[in-house]
Write a protein that binds this ligand. Sequence first.
Ligand code: PHE
Length: 339
Amino acid sequence: MITKINQLLQEVEAFTASDAGQVEAFRIKYLSKKGLIGELMNDFRAVPADQKKVVGMQLNELKTKAQEKIAALKEQFAAADTGGRELDLTRSAYPIRLGTRHPLSIVKNEIIDLFARLGFCIAEGPEVEDDWHVFSSLNFAQDHPARDMQDTFFIESHPDIILRTHTSSVQTRTMENTQPPIRVICPGRVYRNEAISYRAHCFFHQVEGLYVDQNVSFTDLKQVLLLFAREMFGEETKIRLRPSYFPFTEPSAEMDISCHLCGGKGCPFCKHTGWVEILGCGMVDPSVLDNCGIDSKVYSGYAFGMGVERITNLKYQVTDLRLFSENDTRFLREFEYAY
Ligand code: PHE
């Protein structure tokens, strides 16, 4: 029996095949129930008990070798097998759906383009800021409510280090590092400690503008903002400035535009007032200029700041702020043709 096993072992080792059919024939010949190895298994019952161990081991080795051989050959032919189909290597790949630009980026870029045409450069700064650039340099008194724990995210171990609550910090940095004329817009993400709902989020985006030079007046500010409103919301758009308060501007104002949905006649969107608020602005407080090393006796300036989410909501009537950060592609794809 040992001789027979060794003979089969040699045959198995010497076997080669040129296609998958030959491998299958080999499998049937050796390994099927009635195959050669199967027959040996049957004969094994008759082997005397004292030889069973040795013969059994040899027989198992033969079986394993045959199985391994078949597996290796099968794999070799499977890799080369095209399943009878011709491969067309010139076919284009499956179409990959392109992403779309985020609505906030679309609107931010639009705002930037518009002010770039008026000669404004982009200025950027850190999101993790110090108290001086976000608050102190901008006249926020030590007990100003905006510094409150409820509004500002503090970095725990450093009460002086915070997440910026507005991009006015970039204006401060620009004024500290440059002498007038300064004409910059500061786009960026800002953080406020608010409960998240459809109308508030703990982070949002702003674009603030700053112009400092000799003889800059409120008229200049108004003219630039009127142009902005018309470009953004249509030629017929009117603007209205209401007196307001910001620690870093004097005088300060909030700007409304005539409701672009009803043309100012009054509708649910503008709560039947005909106006919707879009930004804050004012003349840079002389003490802020001085804080940043700019001589307020020589120079004056204006500043304005708007929320990109707010402008986007007005343009596209997005009613839930949370949609902007959920990254639901069904929502994002709605803006596929917006740019
Ligand atoms: N920094 C103000 C805010 O975040 C906006 C603003 C900027 C107002 C510049 C006036 C001038 O609300």
